[in-house]
Design a protein around this ligand. Structure first.
Ligand code: NAP
Ligand code: MG
Length: 462
């Protein structure tokens, strides 16, 4: 797609206040593929005013009308699926087939789910002698990351619009073209002017202005825990609601009764997919000591098969950061069994799928989010030991448990301090609540739980 040299505010593409721009880079060949405006605090203010002005009418629109716009949005995304997948591939670097299936498939499903929920949700209920109304919270400031550039946007904007909120979106600086394609799709779907506004820009400038804007009622953020905690502090000081989707360091727990090969192979695929840039990735594999050597051998072979086919990471800074973690892991005593810091290609931000064995729970690579194609394999003695290791980080976003018997896996999963667990390779469900325990976040996205984040209640007594 062609980059818009403009911001989308109040239903039109308009020039930014300042002259600053952001270069968009293709991580496969490091070429600049476009430029977008870097919006400033004035642009954010302009967008928030548009969102505020559009709020009363959109909030008062019948849910069926909001549902119809969301269904139209889903249809536009579906019609433009291949084109937008190409844009995602160009600015994120993910293989095209993955962009089509996952980067487009998931948001299309999520947009569809909110079209349905907007039409069917009980925005009004009776509680004894009261009528309780679920009313939209107001103007939403949405700040999103680059790792699933369209999904992260749709997971906020679709429920916000279903609820009757209006939105100002500040997407990641690395993937602004996907956000521009999304704004075009919203326009094409007939969503009224001012309901969605897009300000491309830098986090510390446009993002910070949005998070601190006095007329924003809710800040919904996905990204790093460091930035998320600052946003929560700013919002808290202004008594604003926040929703935070932060980092993860999820455990893939393979219990001794499990069928080892699928547990290891699915686990490796989970980490390598999207080049490891998935907050819910199972980056720690926990294996019983009796099966440890066999699991390491299987994982090393599985990782080696991917080669450079997983695509690069998003930018040079992420590549250097991930390499730094691999070096740190080796320095702290981990054993390299696949991949390593040597780049598989001369150009592009590629990192070889890497497997570290003999990782112990206190090592940096077992505690911190790496956000690259790096799997750590840890050893446990018994189930209590496995649980202690699984729960032994500040994070709690996702996880997996494998066992011969489903009930055994469920019993273990119920003791994990984490928001989502896949049992024996369970499938992604776009209606299931997604979000973190502990420092992985506050609030939930997707399905009816995601919708509730954008609503507040008013009760009338009779
Ligand atoms: P990040 O800085 O937290 O970026 C997330 C979003 O917040 C981006 O739109 C970013 O803008 C914006 N932002 C940055 N500083 C801000 C501020 N002071 N106020 C308001 N908004 C601000 O994450 P990152 O730099 O892209 O990646 C760093 C690490 O975060 C990764 O290595 C990974 O560990 C983690 N991460 C997690 C997720 C997740 O889904 N949980 C997603 C992405 C990254 P810019 O794009 O301009 O920075
Ligand atoms: Mg950043």
């Amino acid at each position: 797609m062609k980059a818009q040299q403009a911001l989308y505010i109040d239903g039109v593409w308009c020039p930014a206040e300042g002259r600053d721009t952001i270069d968009v880079v293709n991580p496969v060949d490091e070429q600049v593929i476009g430029q977008v405006p870097a919006g400033n605090a004035e642009d954010v203010d302009h967008a928030v005013r548009a969102a505020r002005a559009a709020f009363p009418a959109w909030a008062a629109a019948p849910p069926a009308e909001r549902a119809a716009r969301l269904a139209a949005l889903r249809d536009v995304l579906l019609a433009r699926k291949d084109e937008i997948a190409g844009t995602i591939t160009a600015e994120l670097g993910s293989p095209l087939a993955f962009s089509q299936a996952v980067h487009m498939g998931t948001p299309i499903a999520v947009a569809g789910s909110y079209a349905e929920l907007a039409a069917t949700y009980a925005f009004e209920e009776k509680v004894g002698n009261s009528t309780v109304y679920h009313e939209p919270i107001g103007v939403v400031g949405a700040i999103t990351p680059w790792n699933y550039p369209l999904h992260q946007i749709v997971a906020k904007v679709a429920p916000a619009l279903a609820a009757g909120c209006t939105v100002v979106l500040k997407p990641a600086e690395d993937t602004p073209l996907t956000a521009q394609a999304f704004a075009e799709a919203v326009h094409e779907a007939g969503v009224p002017a001012g309901v969605l506004n897009l300000v491309t820009g830098l986090g510390p400038v446009a993002g910070q202005a949005l998070a601190g804007h006095p007329d924003v009622d809710l800040v919904s953020f996905t990204g790093s825990t460091a930035v998320g905690s600052r946003i929560a502090a700013t919002a808290g000081a202004a008594v604003k609601k926040v929703a935070l989707e932060l980092g993860g360091k999820s455990a893939n727990v393979i219990l001794p009764s499990a069928d080892l090969a699928p547990a290891v192979n699915v686990g490796v695929a989970n980490v390598m997919s999207n080049s490891g840039q998935t907050c819910s990735a199972w980056t720690r594999m926990l294996v019983h000591t009796a099966q440890y050597d066999a699991a390491v051998e299987l994982a090393a072979a599985a990782a080696a098969k991917y080669g450079d086919r997983i695509g690069p990471v998003v930018n040079a800074r992420q590549r250097d950061r991930v390499r730094g973690y691999i070096e740190k892991g080796l320095a702290e005593g981990a054993r390299l069994v696949a991949g390593g810091v040597e780049p598989p290609r001369e150009r592009g931000y590629f990192i070889s799928p890497t497997v570290l064995a003999d990782v112990t729970p206190e090592m940096t690579v077992a505690q911190e989010e790496i956000f690259g194609p790096v799997l750590s394999i840890l050893r446990y003695g018994d189930e209590e030991d496995a649980l202690r290791i699984a729960n032994g980080t500040v994070y709690g976003l996702a996880g997996a448990v494998w066992a011969g018997d489903e009930a055994e896996a469920v019993a273990f999963a119920r003791r994990m301090e984490t928001g989502q667990v896949d049992i024996n390779g369970g499938r992604f469900n776009p209606l299931a609540p997604f979000g973190g325990y502990k420092q992985s976040g506050v609030g939930r996205e997707l399905g009816v739980y995601g919708l509730a984040e954008y609503l507040q209640t008013k009760s009338l007594q009779f």
